[in-house]
Design a protein around this ligand. Structure first.
Ligand code: ZN
Length: 140
């Protein structure tokens, strides 16, 4: 089941150079977290029940670096919080949709994440996430 829009991911050249706008709006930029497997540094900005995720590349082969090179800074993905991620991805795969990974992987805050390719969604990269304790448990 889809619970809500968890966050909107925005590719930025640098978090430090981009945070000022959001702080001008009175929003608080949270701690910066590095996700080495993705080659990104992320910072979440709470915004009511949703959040904004600023994504900064940490290496040239990072998906964010490629996105910035092709399109420049801007909205990168939409993240939907799910319950039962495994069932949802099996259903999508069964319908022939293109998922970016064979299995969900750990994203920021230890969440399980899977991505649906923009070609299967009408042009928007969709991240599906599921909250999970960071204790080695399996995705539900
Ligand atoms: Zn995200």
């Amino acid at each position: 089941m889809i619970a809500r829009i968890d966050h909107i991911g925005i590719a930025v050249e640098s978090i430090e150079g981009s945070r000022g706008f959001y702080e001008l709006l009175g929003l608080t930029v949270g701690a910066i977290e590095e996700v080495p497997a993705e080659g990104v540094r992320v910072a979440f900005i709470s915004c009511g029940e949703s959040r904004i995720e600023l994504l900064e590349a940490t290496r040239e082969d990072s998906p964010i670096a490629r996105f910035l090179a092709q399109r420049g800074p801007g909205i990168h993905h939409l993240c939907l919080e799910t319950t039962g991620l495994h069932e949802i991805e099996e259903n999508l795969r069964g319908q022939g949709l293109r998922l970016l990974r064979d299995q969900p992987t750990r994203g920021s805050r230890g969440c399980w994440v899977q991505f649906v390719h923009p070609r299967s969604t009408g042009g928007v990269l969709i991240e599906l996430s599921q909250e999970a304790p960071n204790d080695g448990s399996k995705v539900g």
